[in-house]
Design a protein around this ligand. Structure first.
Ligand code: NAP
Length: 251
């Protein structure tokens, strides 16, 4: 374990059963946070993430949460407040893709993606804000994507949601900065997770050629920035969108 540096230190990471969310939960715990790992369906994977953190000497607990469910979001944040303490760090990470050419995209494919990324970030941020305002300290980190800048083919839904998250980040950052709360977005490029595992080899090789660093990213590459943004050292960084992409998008 590294020296604890997250005080106050109760963190929620949405969609933390696997992938980037899990790596962020592990990194926050290594910095001294007590982490609420939320998952939508994969209870066993979430329990495994809790075990990984505990065996490294950290603190974590798992909670089932579909971020689209307003009632459940409120309930889970209240439960975490009672069981762990007031939430001071929120990472809006839960996400999914429903790829299709726009011409063939069904309404559910469009709305599933917007509801998960945008409604999810709205509901979770709203639920933790009063507590952060009482603490006069808070960190909200929204996991956007380079897709917000460059647009992805067959992902009009996803690119729209991720660009929307940047507007949300900036507006909320202005609103809550006077209360000691920062709001930032991380924009990962191509990161090796289940979300990207099924990509055909030809497309992977094509993407790889466009990455100056010459490799795809790891969840830990993203988690390192999240842990920094959550720390007291990042108190004067707010309203930013920071890419973690090996130089893919240089904006
Ligand atoms: P992943 O491995 O597919 O994990 C997605 C996580 O989100 C899972 O824990 C999943 O929970 C959860 N989730 C999905 N829908 C949810 C809902 N309605 N409510 C609560 N949780 C939900 O994906 P990842 O690659 O780690 O992606 C994490 C975030 O990074 C996403 O926002 C994604 O858009 C973003 N991102 C990823 C990449 C990349 O290259 N991988 C690039 C840019 C941005 P269950 O396991 O329970 O279903």
């Amino acid at each position: 374990m590294t020296t604890p540096n997250l005080v106050p230190n109760i963190a929620i990471v949405t969609g933390a059963s696997r992938g980037i969310g899990r790596a962020i939960a592990v990194a926050l715990a290594a910095s001294g946070a007590h982490v609420a790992i939320t998952y939508r369906e994969q209870a066993e994977m979430a329990a495994d993430a809790v075990r990984e953190i505990e065996s490294a000497g950290g603190g974590a607990a798992a909670y089932q949460l579909d971020v689209r469910d307003a009632r459940r979001v409120k309930e889970v944040v209240e439960t975490i407040g009672k069981e762990l303490g007031p939430v001071s760090i929120l990472v809006n990470n839960a996400g999914l893709v429903r790829d299709n050419y726009l011409r063939f995209m069904a309404m559910e494919e469009w709305s599933d993606v917007l509801e998960t990324h945008l409604n999810g970030a709205f509901l979770c941020s709203k639920a933790v804000l009063a507590g952060m305002q009482r603490l006069r300290w808070g960190r909200i980190i929204n996991i956007s994507s380079d897709a917000a800048f460059v647009g992805d083919v067959r992902r009009a839904n996803y690119s729209t949601a991720k660009a929307g998250l940047l507007g949300f980040t900036r507006a909320l950052a202005r609103e809550v900065a006077p209360q000691g709360i920062t709001v930032n977005a991380i924009c990962p490029g191509m990161i090796e997770t289940e979300m990207t595992a099924e990509m055909e080899d030809a497309r992977r090789q094509g993407l790889l050629r466009g990455i100056p660093a010459g490799r795809f990213g790891t969840p830990e590459d993203v988690a390192a920035l999240a842990a920094f943004l959550a720390s007291p050292a990042a108190a004067y960084i707010t309203g930013q969108a920071i890419s973690v992409d090996g130089g893919l998008h240089m904006g």
